[in-house]
Design a protein around this ligand. Structure first.
Ligand SMILES: Nc1ncnc2c1ncn2[C@@H]1O[C@H](COP(=O)(O)OP(=O)(O)O)[C@@H](O)[C@H]1O
Ligand SMILES: [Mg+2]
Length: 259
């Protein structure tokens, strides 16, 4: 199920503004890849380009290629909605649907399919996804209660359950713990660790300890100067990035000299 991703000579624009330039990276299947770097260097922009989510922003466009297991995401005839089903996304702020129960929140993505589901099938998906997100035991007796009634950390795991309910191949996470307390953060980090046996995970994080804890590979993004496009400075195994980085700019960033 999990798939590798190859990014080739990727440039990303917002209108005339070149936000990110020349990204080349190979993301391994069944691994966790972290993107780190100072604010505004294009981490979220690159992440969104990996499932064509940026296309919902007027004027945003890419040049170059994103290839998922040999298939070009931006090829002619590729349906962006199908891409987003295959490559799920979890956002910075937990965003359960406010009017929906916990149960219906998990199924929200599946409900977009035209096909009607039997109750038994829906029950199975809900339980499997909530178990997958390490949330089942906490919510199994209140599935019909609003998703908004959960704590922030539980809401974020509910959003992860919703993302995995459609059985994607890749999970993209944009600072998924930045709105969470340390205990919830630790629960989500444990979950990321478990999910990587089935999924290819790319996580943007501001927290370098988190990148070091959860990821196999790390990409460091930076700006050459204000107003210049962001670019990928270094991509290496996480242990190397944090112990013996290749680039002086990476060293300066991870040792806290800027950013
Ligand atoms: N929706 C948008 N419209 C126009 N410019 C944007 C948009 N989102 C991000 N940008 C610009 O693209 C650059 C990269 O932003 P972003 O990807 O959000 O960086 P990061 O996630 O690393 O903080 C910034 O200069 C930012 O202002
Ligand atoms: Mg961002």
């Amino acid at each position: 199920m999990a798939k590798s991703i190859d990014v080739k000579d990727l440039d990303i624009y917002y209108g005339d503004f070149l936000a990110v330039q020349g990204v080349n990276v190979h993301i391994k299947a069944r691994s966790v890849t972290a993107f780190i770097g100072p604010s505004g260097c294009g981490k979220s922009t690159v992440l969104r380009s990996l499932n064509r989510m940026h296309e919902v922003i007027p004027g945003a466009r890419v040049e170059g290629k994103v290839v998922v297991d040999g298939q070009s995401l931006y090829g002619a005839g590729v349906d962006p909605v199908a891409v987003r089903r295959q490559i799920g996304m979890v956002f910075q702020r937990p965003n359960p649907f406010p009017t929906m129960s916990i149960y219906e929140n998990v199924l929200a993505g599946n409900r977009l399919n035209a096909r009607k589901m039997k109750k038994s099938e829906a029950d199975t998906i809900v339980e499997k996804s909530l178990r997958g997100a390490n949330l089942w035991n906490e919510v199994k007796d209140r599935l019909s209660k609003p998703g908004m009634g959960l704590s922030g950390g539980q809401q974020q795991r509910l959003c992860i359950a919703r993302a995995i309910a459609v059985e994607p191949e890749v999970l993209l996470m944009d600072e998924p713990c930045s709105a969470l307390d340390p205990i919830s953060t630790s629960a989500v980090e444990d979950l990321i660790h478990e999910l990587k046996s089935d999924y290819t995970i790319v996580i943007v994080t501001h927290n370098m300890q988190q990148a070091a804890r959860v990821s196999d590979d790390t990409g460091f993004f930076n700006l050459k100067a204000v107003g210049e496009p962001g670019h990928l400075v270094e991509f290496n195994p996480t242990t190397k990035v944090f112990s013996n980085p290749e680039e002086p700019a990476t060293e300066a960033y991870i040792s806290g000299r800027f950013g």
